[in-house]
Design a protein around this ligand. Structure first.
Ligand SMILES: NC(=O)c1ccc[n+]([C@@H]2O[C@H](COP(=O)([O-])OP(=O)(O)OC[C@H]3O[C@@H](n4cnc5c(N)ncnc54)[C@H](O)[C@@H]3O)[C@@H](O)[C@H]2O)c1
Length: 322
């Protein structure tokens, strides 16, 4: 097999980006797409000349299909992943792996039983910036790690787009919780989180949070996760990572990636990294080349545990020991 036949299930915001990423990969053939929304399904199928299916179950019967990307809402990941595994199709599932430990474990078990690869879409692992940060840590450039701080801020309209179906910790938290665990190279042992309550929330969800995380190797971390940037913010995001070691420190700013555009209507800080294309390429390559997935179901489960611990901590006001 020198080309992988892939289907995308869920064609919303990130499903569209997976379609365009897969379309540029030489070793991928985007052959099928599925969505319950007939209009988005028809448009996407026409754009990519892919076979349209009204649901995952029908798409999984597409002749010659090898693998799927699952980009449905979080709480539907289990159903689509288990079905895909039962049909013997490899799985790249968007973060979070699932919204509960039980669902996460069921997905991992189904993939094992089906003998298929299971990869979780932690895009930061494919960002050159985060890869360089981790390399600096692994190469000992910073000495022994002391602390790590991550910030992820999205625009204020994001929670309205998702209509309260999840809070900011389940939406953005998995990215940084995973990146911190991946870079620190140690498991989280204690999670303590607080959410701002100073501004009324339209939905019963947390919107601005600080979470401190103590890792087993003694490193202390803090993640500021929120979605209060104004929609006119020039980058639409404020993503940062600061690492301190006993021999050096590192600062990463994904808003300023070395390309800044200034016009009469304002400034723009476009993203120049192609993290999602690299993520999808890694998925395709690991299947075709019979390699291990670069991000496992176990990694996905670890991030889910961290998010759930942070949510429990906000609820109880107490640190949660993992
Ligand atoms: N990696 C990232 O940076 C990133 C960014 C955004 C979203 N995500 C994740 O991707 C997933 C999707 O998020 P989104 O923002 O694209 O959501 P979205 O609401 O924009 O899109 C979801 C799509 O799934 C479709 N859908 C719903 N139920 C379905 C079903 N049973 N079968 C087939 N299709 C179905 C909807 O019609 C919609 O088109 C979530 O898990 C989210 O956390 C990841």
């Amino acid at each position: 097999m020198d080309e992988l036949n892939i289907g995308v299930i869920g064609l919303g915001a990130i499903g569209q980006k997976h379609c365009s990423a897969l379309a540029v990969l030489e070793r991928a053939n985007l052959c099928a797409v599925a969505d319950v929304d007939a209009s988005i399904l028809a448009t996407t199928a026409a754009q990519y000349k892919a076979a349209p299916y009204a649901n995952a179950e029908e798409l999984l019967k597409h002749p010659g299909l090898d693998a799927v990307v699952i980009a449905t809402p979080d709480h539907l990941h289990r159903e689509a992943c288990v079905l895909a595994a039962q049909h013997g199709k490899h799985i790249l599932v968007e973060k979070p792996l699932a919204t509960t430990i039980d669902d996460s474990q069921a997905i991992i078990a189904a993939a094992e039983a089906g003998g298929v690869k299971l990869m979780v879409g932690f895009t930061l692992r494919f960002s050159l910036h985060y890869q360089q940060a981790r390399k600096a840590v692994i190469d000992g450039v910073l000495g022994s790690l002391v602390s790590i701080f991550a910030r992820r801020q999205n625009v204020i309209s994001q929670s309205d787009r998702l209509k309260g179906r999840c809070g900011v910790l389940m939406f953005l938290g998995p990215h940084d919780f995973d990146a911190m665990r991946w870079i620190v190279g140690s498991e989280p042992v204690t999670v303590y989180s607080q959410a701002a309550t100073s501004v009324p929330s339209v939905y019963p969800i947390e919107n601005e949070t600080f979470t401190t995380i103590k890792f087993a190797n003694g490193v202390v971390g803090c993640a500021q996760i929120g979605w209060y940037l104004q929609d006119k913010h020039p980058a639409g995001k404020d993503f940062k990572l600061d690492i301190v070691g006993d021999k050096g420190s590192l600062n990463l700013d994904q808003m300023r990636q070395g390309l800044e555009i200034y016009t009469a209507t304002g400034a723009k800080f476009p993203s120049v990294s192609a993290g999602l294309v690299d993520e999808d390429r890694a998925y395709v390559d690991c299947i075709l080349d019979h390699k291990d997935v670069p991000v496992s179901g176990k990694d996905g489960l670890a991030a889910v545990r961290m998010v759930l611990a942070a949510l429990r901590s906000i609820e109880t006001g107490q640190p949660v020991h993992l």
